[in-house]
Design a protein around this ligand. Structure first.
Ligand SMILES: [Mn+2]
Length: 409
């Protein structure tokens, strides 16, 4: 009972300081596609306030950053965000004007009809070459935007046993990733994302963190693994994967979201916040041993089909801040001591106690220190931004002749 009674919610001044400093170190990139009408596998529900073009997305992302102070860049999708009239230069300029940067560059290796049998793994050398050149163009765009990260997600795989040679495809990936790596500048990182299944249903070429790590090692020292929290089987221990990748100095970044069944793109921590806390705990633990936080590209990868998009992003960022701050409160010296003695319950309670600590007051202090609204969601609701973009974008859709087929629900 003595152990239970020590579960207290009150923080002392050094813990408050710990929370404040941890919040200073967290910056999470927002995805441009999270502000547009994006769909499920079956269709999409249109929202009148959704972004029409990349400039709307920049304004929306900058609004989230102004209210939370924790998302200073926006990831872009090459095919969706850059067009003839939206050049990388003008997009970067627009972002700078709004006070954010253009972050990771995401090539698109799945939308073109030619990728039916894969991109880097395609049996046709011409299509593999097309995929490679699209990636090299994306690296070039990243250079123009001053972006450090190029994020590669491959939909590649097969649907039927015998459809293609798994090893031939692996070799093709090794060759092409190496060629991408050679095009990087010294400050750029190639992030290799994995996913167990879907769209491929028999085998996926980069199905898990081990495969991504093998490919990263073969590509070169600037290739790292990207952990999309939704891209795991239900019972997988993601924090163990994170701990191993940290130890291998190969954790490049995250795509945050949550899942209940498969790759559901749900709000981070909406299903299992304790898992997110445990992931952050591994990072804080590693930083404690290392003496400083490792460089990790934190990014959101969520598309909100039902929630209003901007409030959903604000909710995600503030919830991430809370869970990250809670994890910073794990008393690692005490934890190591309990671990050495095999004191399992006391060790586990170091985590539970930190997780249950209410950090919201200190989060408000941090926001005041940074001239941010204490309640970003309430500030957004009171700002009038949603009404303004709704009338602007409904009218512009009419003017552009791109009214959605169905009326808004
Ligand atoms: Mn992702």
């Amino acid at each position: 009972m003595a152990v239970l009674s020590s579960l207290s919610n009150a923080m002392d001044s050094s813990q408050k300081e710990c929370v404040l400093r941890s919040l200073d170190s967290l910056d999470i990139e927002l995805p441009s596609w999270g502000f547009a009408d994006t769909g499920t596998r079956f269709g999409k529900y249109y929202q009148p306030a959704s972004a029409i073009d990349v400039y709307d997305k920049i304004k929306d992302a900058a609004t989230v950053h102004r209210l939370t102070g924790a998302c200073s860049s926006m990831a872009v999708h090459v095919l969706w965000d850059f067009t003839q009239e939206h050049s990388p230069e003008s997009v970067c300029q627009a972002a700078r004007k709004e006070g954010i940067g253009i972050g990771s560059i995401n090539p698109n290796l799945f939308q073109d009809q030619s990728y039916k049998l894969g991109s880097f793994g395609n049996p046709d050398p011409q299509i593999r070459s097309q995929a490679l050149h699209h990636c090299l163009d994306s690296i070039e765009i990243a250079k123009q935007c001053g972006s450090e990260n190029i994020t590669l997600w491959f939909a590649d795989g097969t649907n039927y046993p015998g459809q293609d040679s798994i090893r031939r495809r692996k070799h093709a990936f090794e060759t092409l990733l190496k060629q991408c790596h050679q095009a990087l500048t010294s400050d750029q990182t190639l992030l290799i994302e994995y996913k167990p299944f879907e769209p491929a249903f028999y085998h996926t070429d980069v199905a898990d963190w081990g495969m991504a790590l093998c490919l990263a090692h073969k590509a070169g020292a600037q290739a790292k693994v990207l952990v999309d929290t939704g891209h795991h089987y239900g019972s997988q221990n993601i924090e163990q994967i994170v701990a191993w990748l940290l130890d291998e100095e190969s954790l490049g970044g995250f795509h945050f979201n949550d899942r209940r069944y498969a790759d559901d793109d749900l709000t981070l921590g909406s299903i299992d916040p304790y898992q997110v806390f445990r992931i952050f705990t591994e990072i804080h633990s590693f930083a404690k041993d290392l003496g400083s936080l490792p460089p990790i590209a934190y990014m959101i990868d969520q598309s909100h089909n039902l929630k209003p998009k901007i409030p959903a992003m604000i909710q995600t960022i503030t919830w991430a801040q809370e869970l990250y701050a809670k994890a910073s409160l794990v008393p690692f010296d005490m934890l190591r001591d309990h671990q050495k003695r095999g004191a399992i319950i006391e060790a586990e309670q170091c985590l539970q106690r930190a997780f249950m600590t209410d950090v919201t007051d200190t989060l408000r202090v941090w926001r005041r220190e940074h001239n941010l609204p204490e309640d970003p969601l309430a500030a957004y609701a009171a700002s009038g931004y949603e009404d303004a973009i709704t009338s602007d974008r409904v009218q512009r859709r009419k003017d552009l002749g791109i009214e959605p087929e169905s009326t808004y629900a």
